[in-house]
Ligand binder design. Sequence first.
Ligand code: ZN
Length: 316
Amino acid sequence: MIALLAGCTTPGPRIDKSLSATGQASRVRFLVLHYTVSDKPASIKILTQQQVSAHYLVTDDPQPTVYGLVDETRAAYHAGISSWKGYTQLNSSSIGIEIVNAGWKDTPQGRVFAPFPQSQIDVLVPLIKDIIARHKIAPENVLGHSDIAPLRKQDPGPLFPWHQLAQAGLVVWPDANRVAAVRQVFDIQVPDAAWFQKKLAAHGFALAQTGVFDQQTRTVIGAFQMKYRPANIAGEPDAQTAAMLEVLTTPANAPLPPVPPAPQLPQLPTSPVVPGTPVPVPGVPPVQAVPPAPVVQPVQPVQPVQPVQPVAATQQ
Ligand SMILES: [Zn+2]
């Protein structure tokens, strides 16, 4: 008691606050959205009386209230074990928003998620705008709990209207024209597991690069689909998902993979063909002066090229 009183009366170190550094920034890098899986009274009780917490709670009242439960300068306990773009333990570097929503329940027809009333989104959008402007949070760092902990969490779930947030400029979204263009490539051949794992990691997810479509890969694909392609969130590695991933992980001014020509020419009898050799196709007039594809091996200088009678040389 004496020590406590002494603590109150002893002046702390004297700090002169008359100067200020130019080089400084917010410690907040991420904004993370959640649903509470509880009604409003239970959500308030849990978030104010238990160890789990969030900076803000958006209720589901007809006119939703935004409660500020934790000061933005302090950490709230909402993220848990988490990772995005190599950053981990995001409680220390994020703002968390909990939204009152029942989450999901399993029914004979499958898993059913609870919708978000538009009134909640109308309150949420200006709240997010204000937070990301003050902390200079990039749209690629406005996330769901399922982004930063995809193997543990599904919130805010596939009914959360991410696209509305994208239209307000709050989250990144793949350009539809670029997605349609690159989808033509993946419609012919959906990429393999190693490609998906590499792209999901480049997008921001933490997942093991196993080279096979294992359960963690499907779950992370499902988390991606919940945000960007919620019509089917089964975690199937399909062409549309691949195209969205490709566009999201390719800078806007960088070229996308070239679309192969369609329809494909008939297959020739299988004989090895000298690279760069024009290949005669039955019934197709020879193509004049096709510019060489930009490749691969440095061309040997001044190798005299014989006018090639294709195939003959290789059929001996
Ligand atoms: Zn959550």
